[in-house]
Write a protein that binds this ligand. Structure first.
Ligand SMILES: C[S@@+](CC[C@H](N)C(=O)[O-])C[C@H]1O[C@@H](n2cnc3c(N)ncnc32)[C@H](O)[C@@H]1O
Length: 335
């Protein structure tokens, strides 16, 4: 893979025990020299306008819901059926495999689950970590309300807030987890920088998210909806933020069968370790978007919101189509 070559990555076979029967899994460590300055893109050391320096891709693609207000309203409605629809893309086995590199083995770890939503990933975290030590942060109060209903999460802490501006002090948490949320952040690099800041030295961040589809139609709908990052973008964000020992792992639903012919649906888990206490070495300017700000033009907002939501619907059609195909096409053949 081109990105793997760019990043000097080595493909490795995951040890037994990381594999689960229900899905495909590939993981590889991203070998980098010791310093973030060795990244192919020079480390930023002066404050710059984030629209120029931080955005990973041109803003030309609309990505109508990759904005805070839009994400807020998207989840205002989606939260009603989120737990039901989520099962099409993300199963418990997949979640546990995604979380495995986060190394959540000790009950006393202090964990922040950013974009924790209705608590599906948090349910995986509290299997091993004491719920009292876990905080779910999300910008949607409606999603958080769903999480609060879950018995296993009763003792967790719940916080309404923004992934790009986490209301915790520097060097606060042992683990930072964020699943399926980075796709909605207007400035993912800023969010990863925050992950670095809130972690203690030696703490680990684990960001779980989608991958840019390989099929043109899926790419089109992705680009209208939200940001589906590329492998090299994830790795770059981690590296620029200052993380070390960056590990990239992909996981797909069981009907994936190893070929991304339909450009779908593969997720990844990216982990990195904070090597020194304090703030991230990456300096960036002020936030581009604030969810508190009123919407300027209601009609434009509504149009964007509806188009983005329609594009998202494609990602409900595909799992159903692929599930049916998986039943029909003889086992062993790519679908
Ligand atoms: C696909 S859901 C994932 C929820 C949960 N992590 C899970 O695994 O099911 C994405 C969540 O990210 C939240 N989100 C989007 N943008 C955010 C931001 N800037 N800050 C905090 N949460 C955000 C949404 O409100 C939503 O609950």
């Amino acid at each position: 893979m081109v990105s793997a070559m760019l990043n000097g990555a080595i493909a490795i076979t995951c040890p037994k025990g990381l594999g689960f029967p229900g899905f495909n899994l590939h993981c590889r460590p991203i070998h980098r020299p010791n310093s973030v300055t060795a990244s192919p893109t020079p480390r930023l050391s002066v404050a710059t306008r984030c629209s120029v320096s931080v955005s990973s891709r041109p803003l030309a693609q609309p990505r109508f819901i990759q904005h805070k207000k839009e994400a807020y309203w998207f989840y205002r409605f989606l939260s009603i059926v989120y737990d039901f629809l989520r099962q099409m893309h993300h199963t418990e086995d997949m979640r546990d495999a995604f979380l495995e590199p986060a190394d959540l083995s000790h009950p006393d770890l202090r964990v922040v689950d950013v974009g924790g939503g209705s608590g599906f990933t948090t349910l995986g975290i509290v299997k091993t970590v004491n719920a009292k030590n876990v905080t779910l942060l999300d910008l949607s109060p409606h999603q958080l309300a769903k999480a609060k209903e879950k018995e296993a999460l009763k003792e967790c802490n719940f916080l309404e807030g923004d992934a790009e501006d986490i209301p915790f002090p520097t060097d606060y948490a042992d683990r930072y987890v964020s699943a399926g949320s980075i796709d909605y952040w207007p400035e993912p690099q800023r969010g990863i920088r925050e992950a670095y800041r809130v972690l203690k030295v030696g703490g680990k961040a684990c960001v779980i998210g989608p991958l840019y589809p390989t099929f043109w139609l899926s790419r089109f709908f992705a680009d209208v909806w939200i940001l589906f990052p590329k492998e090299e973008e994830y790795v770059d964000w981690f590296t620029k933020a200052g993380f070390k020992d960056v590990l990239f792992k992909t996981i797909a639903p069981k009907w994936y069968r190893g070929v991304r012919r339909h450009g779908l649906v593969m997720g990844c888990s990216v982990t990195g370790v904070k090597p020194a206490s304090g703030d991230s070495p990456l300096q960036i300017g002020p936030k581009e978007e604030d969810v508190e700000k009123p919407v300027n033009n209601g009609f434009v907002f509504l149009g964007r919101f509806l188009l983005g939501t329609l594009a998202a619907a494609w990602y409900l059609v595909i799992p159903i189509y692929m599930w049916i195909k998986d039943k029909i096409v003889p086992k062993g053949q790519p679908i």
